[in-house]
Write a protein that binds this ligand. Structure first.
Ligand code: NA7
Length: 536
């Protein structure tokens, strides 16, 4: 490596999304000199890149925001139970303003490589522009679902209309009015896009390869009185999130599916289907994701709902998943999604029956038809959980690369540390608790901050996970995934993405235990004085 790097920082943070921003605030409190590199032109991460129509989170807004700033909680009003992307982006910009974060963030700065220098015990971070920057600590705040992936249909580049990936949506509004639109993909992003575009497009054609089990979001506005009541309850709301399995307001019902009578069961499922948010997925009978018969029961219930809501029985059957049970993949939450297929301007194409053969200059050709489009939306998802890591060349001790290290699957210690990669902390790295993500972010950032404070107080400058600790954690990760029906299904949650080489087989890609168990494990490391880490 030649050429001098610019100033040495105490810490470099990659990414100015929710984790990067919060980490930046905490590191400033430690008096650290911090530099943040962000590929976008603004803050927000997920809420900066995903500006597709209808984009919103499926966590209740008041359970999603930062909990650390009591003042901000009292100042900010969420307009809807599930806020749309522009509002969340505004919220994160407000956080950046309030803490004057932008002065330490370099925008339009994509990190290309990060290399550990054993002699100086510093990281050298190289940007796309070629500029180099050094720091004692490196913190990756690069997101879990942030590396968009595209299919590789022949002819894609020659399409003469507009084409967008949901996760790389342009800032200028896209007008669908009177247009012929294709949406490829029916995951959470596709479903949100479809139900919005169906309102204005002249013709919307949905290309579905695998149907997903969707359930009603039941969104609604939050009137000022209700927001005031929510504000008064924030301590209780966040306490609840801390106690639940995946940090949502919902948590599994203590009963098993067949503990109750058929009537009682039906009534409970009806209630969940009529209630806001993820209750039907993560607040259901506790055995729906482990017991096959229980899973068949909830799947049957939701299939009947789809049949009731979609008028054309043939279309209804195409929309009902046949090869995986309810909740074994991420459940997209929807608002009149199924009713879209009753509209004369909406059509569904099953790409398993009639595969997409190529993108033509004027549209899409399947095995049996030629379609003309003005706009193609790729809602084709992400190289989840580790894709963002693979897009940066991380080199640790003894010249070992993270890509090599993770060749047979990513490993970590509590998702945050990796042996061989000293002084590097991963926020939302592989095998951290996910669920209601900001809750995990706050925990992870606080955990990293506590560790850095410990180093400061003890005049230490080096930290690395011990391989035995990584192995022990990974055993736990593997063990808690045993017996989960989701492990039998291809999805980003099992690390499968058919558009990416090396992502064709299922792995335990995420931590599937409870968030409280995860936190107990991570806190145990700190409470025992970091014996699982090499400190120097
Ligand atoms: P997902 O959930 O990974 O969905 C991607 C969708 O795109 C899914 O329906 C895929 O079908 C489809 N896809 C991908 N490639 C193709 C090709 N080549 N042909 C047809 N269809 C294709 O991504 P999302 O962005 O919706 O959601 C990701 C997460 O972000 C979400 O769970 C939230 O937690 C936030 P497949 O199922 O692979 O057959």
């Amino acid at each position: 490596v030649t050429g001098a790097a610019s100033a040495t920082w105490d810490a470099i943070i990659i990414g100015a999304g929710m984790s990067g921003l919060y980490q930046q605030i905490r590191l400033r409190e430690l008096g650290m000199k911090v530099r943040v590199f962000e590929a976008g032109t603004g803050v927000g991460g997920t809420w900066y890149w995903n500006r597709y129509p209808g984009c919103r989170f499926d966590s209740e807004s008041y359970s999603y925001g930062f909990s650390f700033d009591k003042e901000l909680l009292q100042e900010w009003s969420w307009s809807e139970h599930f806020a749309p992307q522009p509002e969340t982006e505004r919220y994160l910009n407000l956080v950046a303003d309030k803490y004057d974060l932008r002065r330490d963030i370099q925008f339009s700065a994509r990190v290309k490589a990060a290399r550990w220098d054993e002699v100086d015990r510093l990281w050298t971070v190289t940007l796309d522009s070629g500029s180099r920057h050094r720091s004692r600590f490196l913190i990756t705040a690069i997101g879990a679902l942030s590396a968009p992936t595209m299919p590789d249909f022949p002819g894609m580049d020659a399409f003469e209309g507009e084409a967008y990936h949901t996760g790389l949506w342009p800032k200028a509004p896209v007008d669908f009015t009177g247009k012929r639109v294709a949406v490829i993909g029916t995951g959470a992003s596709g479903v949100q896009t479809i139900q919005e575009v169906a309102k204005t497009a002249a013709q919307l054609t949905v290309f579905q390869r695998t149907p997903n089990w969707c359930a009603p979001l039941h969104n609604g506005r939050i009137p000022p009185e209700e927001m005031a009541a929510i504000r008064a309850r924030y301590d209780e709301i966040f306490r609840r999130c801390d106690e639940t399995f995946s940090c949502f307001l919902h948590t599994p019902d203590p009963r098993n599916t067949f503990d109750v009578s058929a009537e009682e069961r039906e009534a409970f499922l009806e209630k969940l289907y009529s209630e806001r948010g993820f209750g039907i997925w993560v607040g259901n009978f506790k055995d729906i994701l482990t017991n096959r018969a229980a899973n068949e029961e909830i799947s049957r219930f939701v299939a009947d709902k789809i049949r009731q809501r979609v008028k054309d029985p043939k279309v209804a059957e195409l929309l009902i998943p046949k090869n995986h049970g309810f909740g074994t993949r991420r459940v997209p939450l929807e608002t009149r999604y199924y009713e879209c297929y009753n509209q004369p301007n909406v059509a569904l194409v099953d790409t398993r029956a009639t595969p997409i053969e190529r993108i033509t200059p004027t549209g899409i050709r399947t095995s049996d038809a030629e379609y003309g489009f003005d706009i193609i939306v790729y809602a084709t998802g992400f190289d989840a959980l580790r894709g963002a890591f693979d897009r940066i060349d991380f080199t640790g001790r003894e010249g070992a690369t993270l890509k090599e290290k993770w060749q047979d699957g990513a490993t970590s210690l509590v998702g945050m540390l990796q042996d061989g990669f000293p002084n590097m902390f991963m926020l939302l790295g592989p095998h951290t608790a996910l669920g209601n993500i900001p809750r995990s972010i706050e925990f992870n950032v606080d955990w990293v901050t506590r560790l850095l404070r410990h180093l400061q107080e003890n005049s230490l400058t080096y930290v690395e996970a011990r391989p035995e600790a990584v192995a022990r954690w990974m055993d736990h990760v593997m063990e808690v995934a045993q017996g989960l029906l989701s492990m039998e299904v291809d999805s980003w949650m099992t690390g499968v993405n058919r558009n990416v080489a090396g992502r064709q087989t299922r792995v335990v890609a995420r931590y599937t235990g409870s968030a409280p168990t995860y936190r107990a494990w991570a806190n145990g490391i700190a409470d025992r004085g970091y014996a699982e880490l090499v400190l120097a």
